[in-house]
Design a protein around this ligand. Structure first.
Ligand code: AMP
Ligand code: ZN
Length: 114
């Protein structure tokens, strides 16, 4: 996927602040953070959406989730709590069609309300 932004981050053609990296998954800081911790976790392999990686390689999705938890531990928010978001489709706000988990935390996340 030569025109995929996140494939270019995987290949090193686009710079990113990488916080964790292993053979199958990398994590880097979101360029436009919405919370004190806002890290994106992606598989190195290109899959457009969470549903597609779940169908094609459920073990890989599990690695993304496990890596997201390790990011939360590194950031000191694993116990206080964090949100894991996979936007899916344009109306949900997905702008990059290389599956990514948003790891958000470090402040109160006012949802659901009450
Ligand atoms: P989504 O809207 O769920 O597709 O999320 C895409 C995310 O990628 C957004 O939160 C953007 O701020 C983030 N983003 C876009 N370009 C970059 C980049 N070059 N490095 C890091 N994060 C990026
Ligand atoms: Zn890609």
């Amino acid at each position: 996927m030569t025109d995929c932004l996140f494939c270019k981050i995987v290949s090193g053609d686009v710079p990113a602040e990488i916080v964790r990296s292993d053979a199958r998954v990398i994590a880097f800081r979101d360029i436009n953070p919405q919370a004190p911790t806002h890290v994106l976790v992606i598989p190195r392999e290109h899959h457009p959406t969470v549903a597609e990686v779940a169908a094609a390689d459920p073990g890989l999705l599990s690695e993304v989730v496990a890596e997201a938890h390790r990011v939360a531990q590194d950031e000191g928010i694993a116990d206080s709590g964090y949100r894991l978001v996979f936007n899916t489709g344009a109306q949900a706000g997905q702008t990059v069609f290389h599956v990514h988990a948003h790891v958000l935390g470090g402040r109160g996340l006012n949802w659901p309300p009450g």
